[in-house]
Design a protein around this ligand. Sequence first.
Ligand code: 5IU
Length: 250
Amino acid sequence: SKKPRLKYEEKKELQEHPVAKKLLSIAIEKKSNLIASLDVTQTSEILDLAKKIGDYVVAIKLHTDILTDFSVDYINELKSIAQEKNFLLFEDRKFGDIGNTQQLQFEQGVYKISDWADLITSHVIAGENSLNVFSENIGVVTIAEMSSKGTLTDVTYKQKAIQISEKNSKVIGCVAQSSLPDSLLLFTPGVNLDSKGDSKGQQFNTPEKVFREYYTDFIIVGRGIYKSANPVEEAQKYREEGWRSYEATL
Ligand code: 5IU
């Protein structure tokens, strides 16, 4: 039979990056491996949801560029909720350009992601040096594999993305749909208890499956929470389901 997975405590020992250690500490403390992806377009909706579900999540994932009313005040309020409720801010920017452009997108523009994000996502399509532009104090999560039907991230691509990620001390883990070396944290989106997918390519699995089959570390849930009639109940449900599924693989 399959060897047991490493516990969050053991992964924390392996990790040197402070953001990875922090994320794992929060997971252990809250007994949660849930990251809620709040893909809504108004800052008031994010702030409201963050206050309501903040206790159940380790991080809130954001697509700041879909907001219609971004402001520095919003970011400051979100940061204070994150501090109070003890979760991290994860900007899913999916950088995918040459280093110089990524640096501008990371530090400049309206959002100034480098000022407030704890974690960011980046493709590695432009090669390893494109990651040089991210600051040391932000946890970089590379995209090794996507959840959508027909994605171009095949086995070879994934292996190369892992190689780049393992060598780079800023990278704490990868987004993927299969297991990773123990030195990298695994983040898995495409998780939903009630749906198998959508008409735009998304493919969903249950929390139970991604823990059992991939030994994932963190589940990322979007519509399963923010689109539901009762986001608080759903966040609690995904937290419980995620933690139970994690413990079942130990
Ligand atoms: N996301 C994926 N799949 C991926 C990557 C990112 O779904 O392979 I990389 C993002 C997109 C969205 C969230 O912000 O995760 C999933 O939301 P839903 O649970 O609503 O599909």
